[in-house]
Design a protein around this ligand. Structure first.
Ligand code: NDP
Length: 309
């Protein structure tokens, strides 16, 4: 068993930020995560993180990781954390290979997982035309026709990535106007090969071995759009398996309820980033980073018995 002051579950922006602040408060900390950088590392371009006019998500998150390690906190990337529980006054995480880590305080920064459309054909054609990551898979669709499902920033970003590679890009959205950042919407308008398909709900994905078309319901009528790829960008839901083991209190959508100090319903457990109710109004890299910093400071106060610094 490896023992630390603070155990941080999740190697995304919130977890890394918590680790940086933990080091600043002289607490030993370990970050245990599955994907280095979390969802942010899938972003083709990040243009709204202060200090970087334009940087890939992967590059930015590698800088975060380097910063964490330079200050002495440990980062462990594992295939799976199989359990997390409270034992006495410690929190213990057990990994797939049986290795255990303990922390006197715990910060849960497990992020979120992609929401699925749950329509016929989605599962069947996953990896054969259906994708959840434009940055990862766009190159497979050179000079092809693709559709993005969704109407906010992720959908807009995916459309822009694909517009430079594919011949034609549809944005299929259930409402009548995209609600992405205006800057992104302007860029979409300036591309000649992106077409909005509004008031449209995908019904089924069809194909033979690979995707050939999507059938949508638009203004009450069914319409079939022939295409080669579908990128599903309809948001995320919080990671819940491990948080369920801890029995943390959550809101109706499954986000961990936190106070202003990122404390949860269990003393000694703090949470940060996409997994919390903290930034329900606006989930961004900067908000995850801020929550990670607050969570680490609160963990310090919890461990030192101080009510204020
Ligand atoms: P969101 O949850 O914000 O948006 C999901 C989109 O998919 C919405 O337009 C929603 O429709 C639509 N949708 C949801 N469920 C379905 C469904 N079952 N069928 C069809 N459509 C569906 O997710 P995002 O990933 O876009 O964004 C998450 C957060 O991350 C946001 O805060 C966003 O601002 C941020 N972000 C910021 C970026 C940036 O560069 N600034 C880049 C990417 C994300 P409806 O509009 O009707 O709800």
């Amino acid at each position: 068993m490896e023992d630390y002051d603070v155990l941080i579950l999740g190697s995304g922006a919130g977890g890394y930020s918590a680790a940086i602040y933990a080091s600043r408060y002289n607490m030993s900390a370990a970050v245990i995560g599955k994907e280095p950088g979390g969802v942010a590392s899938e972003a083709s371009e990040v243009e709204n993180y202060p200090g970087f006019k334009k940087i890939t998500g992967l590059e930015l998150m590698e800088k975060f990781r380097g910063h964490v390690q330079s200050l002495g906190s440990k980062v462990f990337i594992y295939s799976d954390i199989v359990s997390v529980k409270k034992h006495g006054n410690k929190f213990i995480a057990r990994l797939e290979d049986g290795k255990e880590f303990s922390g006197k305080a715990l910060i849960v920064a497990l992020g979120s997982k992609r929401r699925k459309l749950e329509i016929p054909g989605e599962k069947e054609f996953a990896g054969r035309g259906v994708s959840y990551c434009a940055t990862c898979d766009a190159a497979f669709f050179k000079d092809r026709t693709v559709a993005i499902i969704g109407g906010n920033d992720s959908a807009a970003k995916a459309a822009l990535v694909l517009a430079d590679i594919a011949k034609k890009v549809y944005i299929i959205y259930r409402k009548d106007k995209i609600r992405a950042e205006p800057v992104l919407a302007d860029r979409i308008d300036s591309k000649g090969n992106i077409e909005y398909v509004y008031n449209a709900v995908p019904l089924r994905i069809q194909g033979v071995k690979v995707v050939k078309s999507v059938v949508i319901k638009q203004n009450g009528k069914e319409r079939k759009i022939p295409l080669d790829g579908i990128f599903i960008e309809i948001g995320s839901t919080p990671e819940d398996t491990l948080t369920a083991m801890l029995k943390l209190e959550k809101d109706v959508n499954g986000y961990i309820k936190v106070g202003q100090d990122m404390s949860t319903s269990i003393p000694g457990v703090f949470a940060a980033g996409d997994v919390t109710t903290g930034s329900n109004m606006f989930r961004q890299l900067v908000t995850a980073v801020a929550e990670g910093a607050i969570a680490a400071e609160s963990a310090y106060r919890y461990l030192s018995g101080k009510t204020s610094l």
